[in-house]
Design a protein around this ligand. Structure first.
Ligand code: ARG
Length: 507
């Protein structure tokens, strides 16, 4: 036990040695990062360096972060099989981008990661039905408020007589979205109830319908929207939170004053014409109605098809690169050269010793901090290929080592060079021996590609979650996806078996 502490400190030291230059490099290459923890940049937070408005105009895009699970503020609808962001706040975002003369880019993420995204400049502003609160104001700036509202409970209609006020939830479970004001309200004022926090409101509604939670606390318009959309649900006023709270505004990174001022101008204009009440809310209601009519799971087949397409792309590209990496590292590990051997052992052990989910996030957020324009798909493929390479390397090594040395010796005595012996004698035999193990690895890879959904790549699992969110059906989309994965892996097994038989015959 005693030697653990020095070991741990050594680890921290190594880690900081690796990351210090990495961070410096990231800071140097990203023009927009104004908040770095290093002492040298402490002077950049003054108003004089506020180039937020200019920055947005220069890049020609306004990146808006939101959590599109909050009708009528923001939600998704499908149009020609594609996801479209609608709701009155998305209209506001559109208006803002139009006033700035730039293109609007919407980034849909979990509500509780929005402020982090803002602070790390992954988005220019957050428009997400976000209340102005003193806690949030410590970390971000807010525009003028453009909407106000209370908190309502969403419940199953069957429980209508059971729940009429917050107190009725004594000993029951109330669902809230992580990171919201509702989360804090329930935590603070409803100590008599259990609380269940989830990332997406759509997951909360599914949990409500399957009686995993007894009520969900939401902003009034959203509670009403869900109740109107679903005949099994109803809503009532929670009377939680003071009446003057609940003002919603756009959030900006601290110090982005010029961008905030531009937003205030847009908001003034919108309020003068009363656009939200007169035009955008009715429009949002229309979208909700039209989508209520045909949101059967089957009508989302294009989502599943898209998902399969991405899953196959990730799998095929990763298999190819994983195999190349695996061969390379197997040879390195078998090499006489101590350095090459050492590198290969480190790579294999490290990759096999850390979870793939963490690796995916690390590649996306870590390397993504240096190369900011790296798409999530590329990050996903890199992570999966690197991961697969480690396993394939071990499979290949075992295949090569399983062959008697006599094979190489015989080939060499026939006058082949080392390389030729490897390519024409060793590798073909090794490949035949390891084929089943390789096949296993490919099937694992196909299934594990589902983890890439966490960084927002539109593969099968990601699409499944979209369908769940849109249809409020928790189980059916999962079942369909399970079947699709099975068909894919089963087909892959058949193909692999075919080649295995052919190699046997050739032998
Ligand atoms: N108004 C609440 C808050 O500020 C909840 C907002 C949730 N928004 C959303 N898009 N899911 O915390």
């Amino acid at each position: 036990m005693k030697h653990l502490k020095p070991l741990f400190m050594l680890f921290i030291l190594c880690a900081s040695l690796i990351f210090a230059p990495l961070n410096a490099f990231a800071a140097a290459t990203s023009s927009s990062s104004s908040s770095s923890s290093s002492a040298t940049s402490s002077s950049t937070n003054t108003a004089a360096t506020d180039d937020s408005l200019q920055r947005v105009k220069q890049k020609g895009t306004l990146v808006v972060g939101t959590s599109a699970d909050y009708p009528p503020f923001e939600f998704t609808t499908k149009q020609n099989g594609k996801t479209k962001y609608v709701g009155f706040e998305m209209q506001l975002a559109r208006q803002f981008a139009k006033d700035l003369g730039v293109k609007l880019v919407i980034k849909n993420m979990d509500f509780d990661s929005l402020l982090v995204a803002l602070e790390t400049h992954k988005v220019d502003t957050v428009i997400a039905g976000m209340n102005v609160t003193p806690e949030r104001e410590k970390n971000v700036d807010f525009s003028k408020a453009y909407y106000k509202g209370n908190n309502f409970f969403l419940i199953n209609k069957a429980d209508k007589n059971k729940y009429k006020s917050a107190k009725n939830f004594t000993g029951k479970t109330v669902g809230v979205q992580n990171g919201t004001t509702q989360y804090n309200l329930v935590k603070q004022y409803m100590k008599y109830a259990h609380m269940r926090g989830l990332a997406k409101v759509s997951s909360l509604v599914i949990a409500l319908q399957s009686h995993k939670v007894d009520g969900v606390l939401l902003d009034e318009p959203t509670a009403r929207a869900y109740a109107n959309n679903n005949s099994n649900l109803t809503t009532f006023n929670s009377h939680l939170g003071s009446s003057n709270s609940g003002a919603k505004a756009m959030a900006f990174a601290k110090g982005d004053k010029s961008l905030e001022a531009a937003a205030n101008q847009t908001i003034d204009k919108v309020q003068k014409k009363d656009l939200i009440n007169k035009k955008w809310l009715p429009q949002a209601a229309k979208y909700m109605n039209s989508y209520k009519k045909h949101n059967t799971v089957a009508s989302y087949w294009t989502f599943f098809a898209k998902g399969v397409e991405y899953t196959l792309i990730i799998t095929i590209v990763s298999v190819i690169f994983g195999f190349l990496l695996g061969t390379l590292f197997a040879l390195m590990r078998l090499s006489q050269n101590k350095l090459l051997h050492g590198i290969a052992v480190c790579y294999i052990e490290f990759i096999r010793g850390t979870p793939m989910l963490v690796q995916i996030m690390f590649v996306y957020f870590g390397i993504g901090a240096i190369i900011q324009s790296m798409p999530a798909l590329v990050a996903g493929i890199i992570a999966v290929a690197i991961n697969s390479g480690a396993y394939v390397a071990e499979v290949i090594r075992s295949g090569i080592q399983s062959l008697p040395v006599g094979q190489t010796e015989a080939a060499r005595s026939l006058g082949m060079t080392k390389k030729q012996a490897f390519r024409f004698v060793i590798m073909p035999q090794a490949l035949r021996n390891i084929w089943p193990a390789l096949g296993n690895e490919f099937i694992t890879l196909l299934k594990d590609s589902s983890l890439v959904s966490t960084i927002g790549v539109g593969e099968l699992m990601y699409q499944t979650q979209l369908v769940q969110a849109d249809t409020y059906k928790g189980v059916l989309p999962l079942f369909i996806t399970m079947m699709i994965y099975f068909v894919l892996t089963f087909t892959l097994t058949r193909i692999l078996n075919y080649f295995e038989r052919r190699m046997k015959h050739a032998h």
